[in-house]
Ligand binder design. Structure first.
Ligand code: 2P0
Length: 353
């Protein structure tokens, strides 16, 4: 249908932090992982992507802006997501605006996409996770696709692996799947956002600079060179996934913290076992681990879990508000403002939407 109309949809998606890590693909093109992973979805007020997608017969090409700057849509990952969603587009009828789009018209219509992160892009705070999850969710709404969240997660996965876990709040598992076409490699919700609402997440932004080794190339090198990864994926993670699911179900913080910290440390050990080795944590990250480990040991029961992704920033999960406020006091004591460290801010939030 011709004319001057524009149909727009805006969506907001939080990022997620893995407590059992995804690292390594068995299929690069489809983004199929070598192991299952489990994450917690963060509070959208602090770390989220907001994306507006628009369609109009007056657009003559697909275009995208990230944080106000135009970026190329030529990459295979964007094209995979766009293709998958377009192939599921349905009739759209917006009576209020007098817009009618027939299913078959979608292939000739172009899109404009504007996306904003309220946190540093590509600094190891999972910006691509929130970004692709939000893009796929907004496009599905725009095109009236009938897929449920899990089916959409398998599409978001083709944009960025960890994105599939951001389609749900609460605790989420990305099932690695067995199919060659990746249809069964998708996210499921383990527990909703209300299940364990005592938890408080504190992120210490050690550096907001872009990381030196991207996750994609880092995990490719790890798959090619690390024997430890093979052992981890086959022998360690399957058992840990079962234990983590149990810990979440029972709100067992001692087990949850032990598994979260151990898995983060093994992920960074696997990075070190890569040739050439990959260093994502820095001295400040190591000092934070030390502070938390000492405190947990002195209390007898863990107060805080820590986990680090592909960057030096610390994500800490406190067992309750009291532990969170004591953690902040300790961090401010060890890393006072204007001290000679690269820690520059804290983000404090509830765990999920
Ligand atoms: C995770 N990370 O489970 C792990 C832990 C980083 C460390 O998923 O190549 O940006 O787009 O699938 O999803 C980061 O990897 O990589 C990541 P691609 P992605 O959250």
């Amino acid at each position: 249908m011709a004319g001057k109309w524009v149909r727009m949809v805006t969506a907001q998606t939080p990022t997620n932090i893995a407590v059992i890590k995804y690292w390594g693909k068995r299929d690069e093109a489809l983004i199929l992982p070598v192991n299952d992973s489990i994450s917690v979805t963060l509070d959208p007020a602090h770390l989220c992507t907001t994306t507006t997608v628009a369609v109009s017969p007056s657009f003559d090409q697909d275009r995208m802006w990230l944080n106000g700057k135009e970026i190329s849509l030529a990459g295979g990952r964007f094209q995979s997501c766009l293709r998958e969603i377009r192939s599921r587009a349905c009739d759209v009828e917006d009576e209020e605006k007098g817009i009618k789009i027939a299913k078959k018209e979608w292939e000739n219509l172009h899109l404009h996409i504007a996306s904003y992160n309220n946190f540093p892009t590509a600094a190891g705070l999972a910006s691509s996770a929130a970004g692709f999850a939000c893009l796929v969710f907004a496009l599905a709404k725009l095109m009236n696709a009938k897929e449920d969240q899990s089916q959409l997660s398998a599409i978001a996965r083709q944009g960025s692996g960890s994105a599939c876990r951001s389609l749900y709040g609460g605790f989420v598992k990305w099932i690695m799947g067995n199919d060659e076409d990746g249809r069964d490699s998708l996210a499921v919700q383990l527990a909703d956002e209300k299940h364990w609402d005592d938890l408080v997440i504190i992120i210490a932004v050690v550096s907001s600079r872009q990381k030196e080794t991207s996750s994609t190339s880092g995990m490719r090198e790890t798959v090619e060179t690390s024997l430890l990864l093979k052992h981890r994926a086959k022998e360690i993670v399957p058992k840990r996934i079962v234990q983590m699911e149990e810990a979440i179900k029972n709100r067992d913080f001692a087990s949850f913290a032990q598994l979260t910290c151990t898995d983060s440390n093994q992920f960074h050990a696997v990075c070190l076992d890569t040739s050439p080795p990959i260093f994502y944590m820095n001295d400040t990250s190591h000092r934070i681990i030390s502070v938390v480990e000492k405190w947990n040991r002195s209390e007898g029961v863990p107060q805080v879990a820590y986990t680090f992704d592909a960057g030096p920033n610390a994500v800490m999960i406190a067992r309750d508000r009291k532990a969170a406020s004591l953690l902040l006091q300790r961090l401010l004591f060890h890393f006072p403002p204007n001290a000679d460290t690269d820690l520059n801010s804290y983000i404090i939030g509830d765990k999920s939407i």
